[in-house]
Write a protein that binds this ligand. Sequence first.
Ligand SMILES: Cc1ncc(COP(=O)(O)O)c(C=O)c1O
Length: 343
Amino acid sequence: MTKSFGSDNHSGTHPAVMRAVMDANTDDAVAYGADPWTERATAELRRLSAAEGGVYLVLNGSGANVLGLGLLLGRHEAVICAESAHINTDECGAAERILGTKLLTVPAPGGKLTPELIAGRLSGRGDEHFAQPGVVAITQSTEVGTCYSLAELRKVHDFCADNGLRVFMDGARLANAAAHLGCTLAELAEHADVLSFGGTKNGAMGVEAVIVMRPADAANARFLRKQHMQLSSKMRFLAAQFLALLDGDLWLRNAGHANAMAARLAAGLAGMPGVEVVYPVESDAVFARLDPRHVAQLRREWTFHVWDEATSVVRWMTAFDTRESDVDDFLAGIAAATGARPA
Ligand SMILES: Cc1ncc(COP(=O)(O)O)c(C=O)c1O
């Protein structure tokens, strides 16, 4: 198969992660997280994020979102999120079904919420006939590959704090944001009450961390993780994956590489007739508009998603293992499909 540009989920597992899982496969270990690997991984994640509440490893990103939101939501409360938020578009209504909450969605240019956009969703506050906004969910990096700057995050967080709202950050691609912004995990985490930190899209086989910033919000985390079926019995294999990603900052190097490959793709597209990049390229995704006939032609050989059929926008994603030559071959394919001359 030619390299997929469909998703960072399409890539395999980083060899160091695979090795760490193999190395953890020795003797017996106590189950459900009472093992030395989990103790080390969660302690290190706690240190890196400066979280005082706790760190809870889970199996997937949707589970991380349900658990994270569940820790912050009251029974009558709703979640304000961007229309494009993964919790709204791609999780089969899990938050609504499992938490019984309501998503108050906002059209958000570039996938980002602002205090103004959030304020526009607060009108029913105090009226018992309306689901009460309790949590604001943001995604970093966003579903359209953009990143909130630290100043933008601060504005959202300050507004929420001033208005009695809690912040949940979906960090399935938090590593890509850290690499793009050149900041630490703690600098991102301080703008959320609870966040997820993804490993799966960044070289792991399947593990995410739910990071709880303050102890009061962590009181029920262990119980809710179990109820949401996110407590892995053989937790050491999840923890071993994170330990490999944290070792020598592999998580940051993987994300930085994926970002660089997306930037290389975007640079190659610049000035290519018939291809319009529609969002700033700030992580591992390039969104582009091209003629539907050219999309169809390109999809004969290459794997990627059509993001929006109506506007003929596609999503091209890179990953930790995308090579420069993969990008260059893909660029040549795009040039051939669109009739452009390769640079
Ligand atoms: C922003 C974001 N959040 C959460 C998820 C959910 O992850 P999973 O598919 O592991 O449930 C994804 C997956 O693509 C995602 O892109």
